[in-house]
Write a protein that binds this ligand. Sequence first.
Ligand code: UDP
Ligand code: MG
Length: 312
Amino acid sequence: MTPDISVVIPVFNEEQGLPLLCARLFPALDALRRPYEIIFVDDGSRDGSAAALRKAQAARPDVVRVLLLRFNVGQHLAILAAFERSRGRHVVTLDADLQNPPEEIARVVAEMDAGYDYVGTVRQLRQDVWWRRAASALINGIRDRITDIRITDQGCMLRGYGRNVVDAVNACEEVSTFVPALAYGFASRRTEIPVAHEERAVGETKYSLYRLIRLNFDLMTGFSLVPLQLVSLLGLLVSIASLVFVGYLAVRRLLLGPEAEGLFTLFGIMTFLLGVLLFGLGIVGEYIGRIYHQVRRRPRYVVAESLGDPAQ
Ligand code: UDP
Ligand code: MG
């Protein structure tokens, strides 16, 4: 029977949490009384996650499918690997760490039944360290200004997507992307609901500050050209300012004669401009790096093994 609902779960070094997840996920989905499939994607874990997933698949071969990726490609590409193989009319993504309770899936599905093809969620009483919440507030604000994407809580990955949206996402071949933002653009009826948020059941976050910054660069560069435009705008402003400055110096020279003081002020201004220049170059580089990545057309992920795949 083709499933009505596909639940997609990326897994990276979540060995300890998986049994806890399964213990809550299966009853929550069984309670829906609808045909469903769960697609776990092991994103190149280096712990016992793959073994734990094999076990889960053996326990519930009727509903569990497992994709084992050869190497770590990151949460978003891992989700895309599952999207390409999902069959459900509704596709729901969920993290493996139980930060979003699996019991909330029912509410996401209810919204999709009501006709929404994009169901976002907003974490209530978010249980993360303060700097993560502060960074999220900042980055959500920036994204809101420089893109057309209106998502309240971009970091919450419990979300529902209609089949039409997933098909459109699958037609894209982006190598660096942010799934909720990509899907958002393809949806025709969007809604958001509040969901509970818990502390990570076990293990640690898989996002270091560095990976978090990389991810958000993917989001900004993937969905906006505003950073580039800001650089050109800044260049224009600096040119105008220096033109005024040179004009002033010329007049001053005619009236008061040459001036030779202010050497260090000059240094200060020059190093500042050098900083602006490097920053601008970096932003341009972010785009070029992604273009380079894209044009090489290497496979975005490699599936080493696929368990419980109905196509086989
Ligand atoms: N994840 C993944 N690949 C990665 C990093 C994370 O598949 O390279 C998975 C991870 O196992 C989890 C989800 O993505 O299921 C979200 O990760 P995490 O909970 O560490 O992120 P946070 O909640 O701290 O933002
Ligand atoms: Mg988490």
